[in-house]
Design a protein around this ligand. Sequence first.
Ligand code: SAM
Length: 267
Amino acid sequence: MPPSSSPPIDVRRYNSRAWDVAVELGSEWTLPVDAATVAAARRGDWSIVLTPVKPIPAEWFPPFDNARILCLASGGGQQGPVLAAAGEAAGASVVVFDNSPRQLERDREVARRDKLPLKTVEGDMRDLSRFADATFDLIVHPCSNLFVPDVRPVWREAARVLKPGGVLLSGFINPILYLFDQKKADDGVLEVRHRLPYSDLTSIAAEERSEYMAAQEALEFGHTLTDQIAGQIEAGLAITGFYEDGWPGMALHEYTEMFIGTRATKI
Ligand SMILES: C[S@@+](CC[C@H](N)C(=O)[O-])C[C@H]1O[C@@H](n2cnc3c(N)ncnc32)[C@H](O)[C@@H]1O
């Protein structure tokens, strides 16, 4: 008899539901900005993040005059509404693209409340085929490519839909985070356990994965720096800015920053 095997996991579908659940549970990445933040952004007083703490440097943004802005895998009512408010007077418009209907509903709630020039589109960050080549002046892509098994298509699609000279601002995780046993790290113990790249599909046993999935936690992937940085360059982007950021409270934070922000321009 052939060994029994479980059906393959549809990561996109599973993670869509997992992020809907995160909205229900009130995860910090699902809490929309308030009306005061939007009003301040309209007055020119604003900042947004790609990584947990550090704001994106103000000089990284291109002019907002009639700019078309894509917030990529960026639902939750955070970056999109702030950019829509900040760019409104200059004629900018924002599309928030995400895989979770509930995350996108957060953006629509803020847009309705504060009458913002913002649209939402549901989809997979690896497939932006609903947008024509050279559509956007700016793409803002906060830490989210840890939720897809393959990141190279994200860079190729972002480069394709950017106008020449357009700007891609991305946050991602240094894969060093995934070297360690996650449960022990949550208890403050750093024990090297995994090879990189890391995958929730292949780096851990089915029993451990089942525990995460029973709790409806999103599946994660620790991409190599080659895929994150050379991946952008090979997609036709030039890296023009870089910073690292930390997340106080994580065990690894005592030793290193583990989040990265990059600015890239389409050649
Ligand atoms: C940590 S949240 C980032 C958004 C948040 N506004 C922030 O400040 O960082 C990760 C987002 O990625 C989205 N996501 C996960 N997989 C995706 C995929 N395949 N395509 C598009 N979005 C995806 C999730 O639904 C979630 O909204």
